[in-house]
Design a protein around this ligand. Structure first.
Ligand code: ATP
Length: 363
């Protein structure tokens, strides 16, 4: 099963050029054609027939559970792994056999391994030193990258004298200093606390808009994925399960896997509590946690009864665990609502999602 909707133009408009951005990279699209990767001594494909277009100047997020192939796809794009078969184009160039150094792809990882004895500026300019860029140019570009990452006041500090977020910014500054056509990031914020992650995400989007960069970002966190993506790619077992604008993937999951992974959607056998509302041919009925509502419905709604098992506070919401006709379900209600015991529930027929026995969305 391989489902894919064509990539749409980015929803973010290109920002006006800023003074000082004159050396900004020209973003390149990345195109992956039927990419398959099987590691030596492995009996399964880590990537299997992956087709993907990453539009230039936008953020594509690869999302999926552990082991689904996100990092492998990222490393193949960066040139750190070679494909077993298939092709990768960066810009208009066939990059399949081009080395990592010559692809124009910069990388930022969870463990960004800064040089402990080098200053912030020394760390940022290091990739240019490796490429024997002359001193004046090196300095100018490193200062520009440091300014972009708001590290101007910290240039002489050593990594041990920085906070986690500042170290992360040095890692990204070092990736940007080469003016890459494409920036790939593998869970770059996963070592940071929740508040700092939010800040770093916002900074990344601001920077990406300002420079118009092409970014491929790996995460297994659906909140992060929805927050960042212009294009969201959900992967499963080495394949792309669904790709498209995040709003579309969230509202119209193509499979039960996407529905449950992205949103924790409730799913029931079509014969179960929602039998009355089932579409012909549906084997599974899905209902989002915020579409189950307390009380009796009207007109076309489907009425149910549920037993409250537990209610967890989730900030503004409360997640209520229910037993509906012997099946477990979850419902999201405002935090000030505290349902208890057996309650009446309803759901709009138009809010239900229908899937075939193969887990594919019914037309
Ligand atoms: P995670 O979120 O846990 O990092 P992932 O989605 O990034 O997971 P990958 O790291 O791409 O997953 O791994 C995909 C599959 O390839 C896994 O089954 C993994 O065990 C396998 N794999 C990855 N690297 C190698 C390697 N160097 N040699 C053999 N198998 C590998």
């Amino acid at each position: 099963m391989r489902l894919k909707s064509p990539a749409r133009p980015t929803r973010r408009t290109a920002p006006p050029a800023l003074a000082g951005d004159t050396a900004a990279p020209t973003p390149s699209a990345v195109r992956v054609y039927t990419a398959t990767k099987r590691f030596d001594r492995s009996e399964t494909d880590a990537l299997s027939h992956v087709d993907l277009t990453v539009p230039a100047g936008s953020i594509t997020v690869l999302l999926g559970p552990s082991g689904c192939g996100k990092t492998t796809l990222l490393r193949c794009i960066a040139g750190l792994e070679t494909l077993t078969s298939g092709r990768i184009e960066i810009g208009d160039v066939d990059a399949t056999d081009i080395s990592a150094e010559d692809r124009g792809v910069a990388m930022a990882f969870q463990n960004y391994a800064l040089y402990p004895n080098k200053s912030v500026l020394g760390n940022i300019e290091f990739p240019l030193r490796m490429r024997r860029v002359d001193r004046a140019t090196r300095r100018e570009r490193a200062l520009r990258a440091a300014e972009l990452m708001r590290l101007d006041g910290l240039l002489d500090r050593k990594p041990s004298e920085l906070s986690g977020g500042q170290r992360q910014r040095v890692g990204i500054g070092r990736a940007l200093v080469r003016d890459p056509a494409v920036l790939v990031m593998d869970e770059p914020f996963s070592n940071l606390d929740a508040a700092l992650r939010d800040t770093m995400r916002a900074e990344l989007v601001t920077l990406q808009r300002r420079l118009g960069m092409t970014v491929v970002f790996v995460t297994h966190d659906q909140v992060e994925a929805l927050a960042l993506a212009d294009q969201l790619v959900v992967m499963r077992a080495g394949r792309i399960e669904q790709a498209g604008p995040p709003e579309d993937v969230y509202r119209t999951p193509a499979t039960t896997f996407v529905a449950t992974f992205l949103d924790g959607m409730n799913t029931f056998d079509a014969e179960g509590p929602f039998a009355a509302g089932s579409a012909p041919g549906a084997a599974t009925v899905g209902c989002r946690t915020d579409h189950l509502r307390i009380g009796t419905g009207d007109g076309d709604d489907i009425d149910l009864r549920g037993q409250v098992l537990m209610a967890e506070l989730r900030g503004r919401d409360r997640l209520v665990h229910l037993d509906i006709g012997g099946r477990r379900a979850r419902m999201r209600v405002p935090a000030d609502t505290r349902p208890d015991g057996e309650i009446a529930l309803h759901v709009r027929r138009s809010d239900l999602h229908y899937f075939t026995a193969d887990g594919v969305r019914c037309p």
